[in-house]
Design a protein around this ligand. Structure first.
Ligand SMILES: [Zn+2]
Length: 585
């Protein structure tokens, strides 16, 4: 039934209008954000129909088309966002354009007659992009669509018009006819204006948005750039600081090393200088010491020469006096001594301790020291005088008192070569026992030497001829004090060395039969031993305070033994080349 109606209508249409062959000259499209417009350029007023097979497809049929062999189509690039594809086909001389859309859109259909600039008839289809805000919606427009006006294609309400043919117009049909709107040219222009304004708004909005976006982008870009710059600068600064730190560190290290080396070199130099200075100092000191020692040795040698000279002079003088004495006594046989030999015998001065008012120590049985000492001394003198080379001189030969200072003086006057003082010991402890030998100690010897030096003339005999020599040198402006001191020291030293050795020999010989109190010479400060020019010793023959020894010391036999031991010691002593005394033969 429907088909027959359509066929009838088509027949009526065919009859009403002379059949005029048409041509689809061109198919073009304009793709805009808010819509895609497809325009058909036609040579003559078209006979067309739009239908909608389903919500996603729109079919436009144009009848009486001549150029059936080559209908223009649209390239894929001309479709825009809404239209997915356009399928072109024909059915007899009807051209069929089937548009498939990406989403359901109500397209606007319009027709425009040729105008000043356009000599073609135009049919256009606007596919509005409903997804852009502000774009006019086809359905809304539909409601206000005015009634069809001749000669423009009539607007028909598809739900009522059905396929009613319009003169020179078109019919609209489809599964959803409400979605299709056909506008009068006036409406189309109005619509176009609206669309243009909408487009402008959209474009303005878009431009605004784009500007905003650009601004934000630029802002972000600037921010990013600034941040990058900041980071770069930061890194640069960090790098620079690190480099500076390393450079400073290296510099400091280098400086410290240089300083260390400099200090080292300085210290080395200083040490070397100090070494050289010390070396020079030592050398200088050694040289000074050498010179001093040399001078000292020279002086000592000179002193020794003077001493020897003085001694010789003294001896010669003594001999001369003795010879004179002999002549005065009228001895015709006395010979004048030769010039070179002045001494006929070695003089041993023997000093019996105590005497007279000074009894010395006493034994428990009443034995007096002075008696024992004289007895032993006499026995010793007797032994000495048995020799041809020695002569004994007793400081006292009876029970008389002799002053201590006078004893050594007497010995000197006798020209004694050795002085031996004989004593006996005593102690409250009666068991104390044994013999000992005493010599002068260092302190007393030094004191005695100074005494000699300070006394003028009194001890000329000590210096002998040396005094004259010394006075001559003093006249030449030289100090002779040192020389004098030296001479006395030499004399005293020689005497004490000899005395010490003699004491040792006596100890040795006594110890063969007597008990000994001490086995070494005992150094003491004793007036009797003070003569600096005579080797002097003191023999403590035993303890008279000890009853056993008192008895021994009182016996002639023991006294003889002691005297012999001392005598033997003297002989041994004088046989020693060091202590040999030259005498005439
Ligand atoms: Zn005594």
């Amino acid at each position: 039934m429907f088909r027959s109606v359509v066929a009838l209508l088509l027949l009526l249409l065919f009859l009403s209008f002379p059949v005029q062959a048409n041509e689809v000259i061109k198919l073009r499209s304009a793709v805009m954000p808010e819509k895609t417009r497809v325009v058909f350029d036609l040579r003559d007023r078209p006979d067309y129909e739009l239908s909608r097979p389903d919500p996603y497809r729109v079919l436009l049929e144009i009848r009486n088309v001549e150029n059936a062999g080559a209908l223009p189509g649209l390239g894929r690039g001309d479709l825009g966002k809404i239209v997915q594809r356009v399928e072109v086909s024909r059915s007899g001389n009807t051209a069929r354009y089937l548009f498939t859309m990406k989403w359901a859109v109500s397209p606007l259909l319009g027709y425009l007659e040729p105008q000043a600039n356009y000599r073609h008839h135009r049919v256009y289809l606007d596919f509005l992009n409903s997804r852009i805000s502000g774009a006019p919606r086809g359905r809304d427009d539909t409601a206000h669509a005015p009634a069809a006006a001749s000669p423009a294609p009539a607007t028909s309400n598809p739900s009522t018009s059905g396929t009613r043919p319009a003169p020179g117009g078109s019919g609209v049909s489809g599964s959803d006819p409400a979605a299709i709107t056909v506008l009068t040219p006036e409406e189309a222009r109005k619509k176009q204006e609206e669309i243009r304004q909408s487009n402008r708004r959209v474009m303005e909005e878009k431009a605004r948005k784009e500007a905003e976006e650009a601004r934000l982008r630029a802002e972000a870009e600037a921010k990013k750039k600034a941040e990058a710059e900041r980071l770069r600068a930061e890194a640069e600064a960090k790098k620079k600081a690190e480099a500076e730190r390393l450079r400073a560190e290296a510099e400091a290290k280098k400086k410290a090393e240089a300083e260390r080396l400099r200090a080292e070199a300085e210290a080395k130099k200083k040490a070397e200088a100090e070494r050289l200075r010390a070396e020079a100092e030592t050398k200088k000191k050694a040289e000074a010491e050498r010179l001093r020692a040399e001078a000292e040795a020279k002086k000592k040698a000179e002193a020794e020469r003077l001493r020897a000279e003085a001694e010789a002079k003294k001896k010669a003088e003594a001999e001369r006096l003795r010879a004179e004495e002999a002549r005065r006594r009228g001895s015709q046989t006395a010979t004048v001594p030769s010039q070179t030999c002045t001494k006929k015998k070695i003089v041993i001065a023997i000093d019996p301790g105590h005497g007279g008012k000074d009894p010395g120590a006493s034994g428990t049985k009443g034995t007096n020291e002075k008696t024992v000492t004289l007895a032993i001394s006499r026995r010793l003198a007797k032994l000495v005088n048995t020799t041809r080379t020695m002569r004994a001189v007793l400081i006292r030969n009876s029970d008389v008192y002799v002053d201590l200072d006078a004893r050594s003086e007497k010995a000197r006057k006798a020209n004694a070569d050795i002085l031996i003082s004989i004593h006996a010991d005593a102690a409250t402890n009666k068991t104390a026992k044994g013999a000992s030998v005493l010599v002068l100690n260092n302190d007393r010897a030094g004191r005695e030497n100074r005494k000699v030096l300070n006394s003028s003339g009194k001890h000329d005999s000590l210096l002998g001829g040396a005094r004259e020599v010394l006075e001559e040198t003093a006249a030449n402006g030289e100090s002779n004090e040192y020389m004098k001191n030296m001479i006395i020291d030499l004399t005293s030293g020689k005497s004490r060395d000899a005395g010490y050795d003699l004491a040792g020999r006596i100890i040795k010989n006594l110890s063969t039969f007597a008990r000994m109190h001490k086995f070494r010479p005992d150094e003491r400060s004793l007036a009797v031993l003070k003569a600096p020019d005579i080797p002097s010793i003191l023999v403590e023959t035993g303890f008279i305070s000890n009853p056993v020894e008192e008895k021994l010391l009182g016996s002639a036999d023991y006294q003889k033994k002691i005297a012999r031991a001392i005598f033997m010691s003297i002989q041994e002593h004088l046989a020693d080349p060091r202590y040999k005394v030259e005498i005439c033969h």
